[in-house]
Ligand binder design. Structure first.
Ligand SMILES: C[S@@+](CC[C@H](N)C(=O)[O-])C[C@H]1O[C@@H](n2cnc3c(N)ncnc32)[C@H](O)[C@@H]1O
Length: 209
């Protein structure tokens, strides 16, 4: 792949993510002092944290990831003052919005139970981006699972075993996520698939009914 192709493909993924963020901004604009939980935010604190940063008067972004290795309170805030990075689930706290950006398929266990646990944070909304490879062939997977992070995941978690990586990522699809939200009392307010290289990705937003 030459570098222009790489950026075109990145752009298609990025476009879905931006669409997700803009939709979340629209859906949360009525909420003052917005409190957001970024669930499975990533193992390394990063400076951008755009998925949680939605409104100017926002109160909180808690970026939770069980794999986060930096845990001392002073270093937690070094990278981004408005983002509280933690590797401890914020049990007992409440949030207006829980965002799961490509994290739920990694959370293990039964999807409905995980979403029920998210509901215990009393969110008005849950926003999810994830994969639906349920109708895809292995060739489709190989052609589209190509972002830097995906290649890293293929090589680290699956030791380069494409079939194992494909089997893992096609366990769940859009309908499973929709059902999980609905079973926890969240009605769909937005749902969109990606385009081209991002065609096996989607975002979903559920609002408490
Ligand atoms: C593909 S990464 C996505 C990271 C980040 N949200 C992003 O968009 O770059 C999946 C993340 O899910 C996290 N994860 C794994 N098990 C989890 C669990 N039980 N609860 C929450 N997050 C989990 C992993 O540590 C990993 O950082």
């Amino acid at each position: 792949m030459d570098w222009t192709e790489h950026y075109t493909k990145t752009a298609e993924n990025f476009s879905l993510q931006m669409n997700f963020i803009h939709t979340l901004q629209e859906q949360t604009k009525h909420i003052r002092n917005l409190r957001v939980l970024d669930f499975g935010a990533g193992p390394i604190p990063h400076t951008v944290s755009i998925y949680g940063r939605l409104q100017e008067d926002q109160e909180t972004i808690v970026a939770y990831d069980p794999e986060l290795t930096i845990s001392s309170p002073s270093s937690e805030n070094t990278f981004e003052p408005e983002v509280k990075w933690t590797n401890r689930a914020p049990t007992g706290e409440t949030f207006h919005l829980v965002i799961c950006n490509f994290s739920l398929h990694h959370a293990g266990g039964d999807l409905n139970s995980i979403i029920k646990r998210l509901a215990s944070y009393s969110p008005e909304m849950i926003g999810i981006t994830d994969y639906d490879f349920t109708q895809a062939t292995r060739e489709d997977f190989e052609r589209t699972f190509i972002s830097q992070q995906e290649i890293k995941e293929l090589n680290t978690f699956f030791r380069g075993d494409l079939q194992a990586c494909f089997d893992y990522h096609r366990r769940l699809g859009l309908n499973d996520f929709k059902r999980g939200l609905q079973e926890s009392g969240f009605n769909l307010v937005a749902s969109k698939p990606g385009d081209k290289i991002a065609q096996y990705k989607f975002f979903l937003i559920g609002k408490r009914g």
